[in-house]
Design a protein around this ligand. Structure first.
Ligand code: AMP
Ligand code: GLY
Length: 426
């Protein structure tokens, strides 16, 4: 049977987008794959087009000119700015939530209100728009609290504080010094939860929910979960703490009620919904929702999908997720992120990356590019997270060994990485 090919546009330029492009490319139905703007890895899977993710006019024109049948959006910024609404208005098929539904990530105060209304377990929180009010509240408490910018802050707008004094200093940075600009005009101050963290991602199409395999992220910069919060320094999948009981509770107490609440507000969700959870003694509680695949969670989850990924994405977009057939590799994946010196702060670009060929030859390894660009016959770093090296195998131990063997082949000036990714799964 000859089937028509599907031309796909992937929006974004990180490791997640490289993993998305690679997953689409495995489908026998994949036609041309364009990535906007992409990186030095995605141009080996498809064609990079220099259009920025928030240039909606440029992306619509690209989708039209190149007969794109399906657009998949990686990062949160275009989703929260309404790329899906725009594409739908133009009659173009696109995977991801509308602007109103993406508020679940882009507006944390809204997400908290939604969780409260839907009775979804989450950390107790107060919302403030005035520094004085926030400070007065913090000084009535004896313990450290968590401060979050309500708006988008590139994964850096959360500080877990040890003491009330540190909480007040953080509020000053957010609300007086305005370190995140408008994103912290509204601030959430919430109780500090204890427990193991777990990421549960699910494909959602209206009220249909399809859980993906679980993952655990390593958010802190340093070994042993020390140092600054980052976008993620590594991940592994599956997460052993995600027992069948935990997953049942997450689906019943978190995903179903949230998806229902969004549908009731006339913002039915379509796309992937990412629940960042803390497994507390009182059960799973939501730390945050993201309206997209996680990065680096995508780099351990997507390579484990055995079914046709393009079929799955189309089932979500076309509202027939119930029919989708989702098969997984039984094994494990471990991903180690290689970052530039200075990350998560400012970094220097343009460092030559050596050893990519050798790393790729390690059996069971996928080297996803995160922040890279090609220049003549070389590949240069560009940005904080440079590469995401995923090892795949039957066991976590071997997946981890493979990932670190490949990491051992790679070098660039200022390269930093954690040496304990995946240890928690052993
Ligand atoms: P978020 O972007 O909201 O996931 O926050 C980033 C990281 O901060 C999370 O992955 C947790 O490690 C930590 N965090 C966020 N909220 C809390 C909380 N209420 N209690 C403890 N840690 C938290
Ligand atoms: N790795 C966490 C995130 O993508 O938000």
């Amino acid at each position: 049977m000859s089937e028509t090919r599907v031309n796909v546009l992937i929006v974004g330029s990180g490791g997640r987008e490289h993993a998305l492009a690679a997953a689409v490319a495995r489908s026998p139905r994949a036609g041309r794959i364009l990535v906007a703007p992409g990186n030095a890895g995605t141009c080996e899977v498809g064609e990079n087009i220099p259009v920025e993710p928030t240039d909606f006019d440029g992306l619509v024109k690209l989708a039209r000119d190149r007969q794109i049948d399906l657009t998949i959006v990686g990062p949160e910024a275009p989703l929260c700015a309404g790329i899906v609404d725009r594409f739908q208005k133009e009659g173009l098929r696109i995977f991801g939530p509308t602007r109103a539904a993406a508020r679940i990530e882009g507006d944390k105060a809204y997400a908290k209100a939604l969780m409260r209304a839907a009775d979804v377990p989450t950390a107790d929180a107060r919302v403030f728009t005035r520094f004085e009010d926030a400070r007065t509240y913090v000084l009535t408490r004896s313990e450290g609290l968590v401060v979050k910018a309500s708006g988008l802050a590139a994964g850096k707008g959360v500080v877990v504080c040890d003491t009330p004094a540190q909480t007040v200093l953080t509020l000053e940075k957010f609300m007086i010094e305005r370190a995140f600009g408008d994103a912290a005009d509204t601030v959430i101050v919430e109780e500090r939860l204890q427990g193991e963290e777990l990421s549960v991602l699910a494909l959602i199409s209206g009220r249909a929910i399809c859980l993906l395999e679980t993952a655990q992220d390593h958010k802190r910069l340093g070994d042993g979960d020390t140092g600054a919060n980052t976008g993620g320094m590594g991940a592994f999948s599956p997460a052993p703490c995600a027992t069948p009981n935990v997953l049942r509770a997450v689906e019943r107490d978190v995903l179903l009620p949230i998806v229902d609440a969004l549908a009731r507000e006339s913002h039915p969700y379509q796309g992937v919904l990412y629940a960042g959870l803390m497994l507390t003694p009182a059960g799973p509680k939501v730390l945050e929702f993201n309206c997209r695949f996680g990065d680096p969670e995508a780099q351990v989850i997507l390579p484990r999908i055995r079914s046709d990924f393009l079929d799955l994405i189309e089932a979500v977009v076309d509202g027939r997720l119930e029919e989708a057939d989702l098969q997984w590799d039984d094994g494990a994946a471990v991903c180690v992120v290689l970052a530039s010196r200075g990350y998560p702060g400012p970094v220097e670009d343009g460092k030559v990356i050596d050893g990519l060929e050798a790393a790729r030859r390690v059996p069971g390894v996928q080297v996803y590019h995160a922040g890279t660009r090609p220049l003549e016959h070389r590949i240069l770093s560009k940005g904080g997270r440079v590469l995401a090296v995923t090892g795949l195998s039957e066991t976590h131990e071997e997946a981890r060994r493979r990932a670190y063997e490949a990491v051992g082949c790679l070098r660039f000036d200022g390269m930093q990485f954690r040496t304990d990714i995946g240890n928690r799964a052993l």
